[in-house]
Design a protein around this ligand. Sequence first.
Ligand code: ADP
Length: 409
Amino acid sequence: MKVLVLNCGSSSLKFQLIETDRHRIETESDEVMAEGQVEKIGQAESIITYSSAKGDKIKETAVVLEHSTAIEVLLQHLTHAKHGVIEKTADIEAVGHRVVHGGESFSESAVITAAVLDKIRECVALAPLHNPPNILGYEVASQLLPNTPHVAVFDTAFHQTMPPYAYLYALPYVLYERFAIRRYGFHGSSHRYVVQRLAKVAKTSLAGLRIITIHVGNGCSMAAVRDGKSVDTSMGMTPLEGLVMGTRAGDIDPAIILFLMEKEDLELDQANNLLNKHSGLLGISGIGNDMRELEKAAAEGHTRAQLAIEVFCYRIRKYIGAYTAALGGVDHIIFTAGIGQNSAQIRRKSCQGLEFLGIEFSEERNQALNRKEGLITTDDSRAKVWIIPTNEELVIARDTMLCVSNGGK
Ligand code: ADP
């Protein structure tokens, strides 16, 4: 089945066309036929990139003022006589949409019907920045591909298995009842993918296994996973809680924000920007949010870059300890996403001093395996640490295919 995967942001649209079916899932032979993105939608000049499995690569600028135009542009590329990979848009058999927040309504992916769309709209209050562009992506794509099934794949769905004691905040219970204020967690497709991939790579059943997944990219989150199910995760009602991120603070004393709002006379949106855009690695280092840049500066002796890296890794270590307690031990730890897959230093520092958990780190494997999938502990290590590259688009394509093949379940 040819599935168009769409990830629609406020000013960007990322896409992949993926061929998948049950047999391809079994044999891991799903195929990315083409991929690309339209960036800076609505600005004077938008940037369009497109590449195909046949080897075509295109980068161009154009005026793309609307998301509908962005989808038209990508459909033109996909069906282009020279560099296209399908003859006509009707060859797209299903569309999978990344939807950030599914609230408590969705514990798995769902074919988008009017009732499903209503529920996604209800979640806008919980994700006012993310869900509206996701909904817009569906609205314009379904106008252009009206006879194709559309499926929503939620970032929050994987974490719906958390028990109440893990997802409830110690606020008046009425706030949970009235506003659904609770922990939801995000990056669910990524955490789920690496766990399922681990089962294949380690040739093991997930039953009884205690796994900690560490997704560290621009956004960062961890999950505690037992029997293949999420039982706790570090992001909360919004993606702001938990680990230190590129520009997000992660865990802080909530009273700090009250203090600052009073002292600095901060408006709501200023406080929001402070926590989401000016904190994290950028906030501490004063240099930037790109880990490559920080590692370089730290190596050259920049003390605040060094400090940012220390705080970043210490927070991960602390969560490994917390989740080991939550799980009653740990069998596997998985690093994934931009930083997790690429930075040997961050993996090493995050696991430093954890020998008491049965982790025997192999620096040789850690260095050699950069970017690739594999084990970075010794063969004798009781708890195993892995690098497993994530693939959220593949999860969306596979879920979409399965939802559509199951007749819309
Ligand atoms: P997103 O969350 O936007 O998908 P990614 O998963 O691509 O982000 O991760 C982006 C992060 O990965 C950036 O902080 C970037 O610096 C970091 N990164 C990418 N390559 C490397 C590398 N070789 N070494 C260290 N960090 C890296």
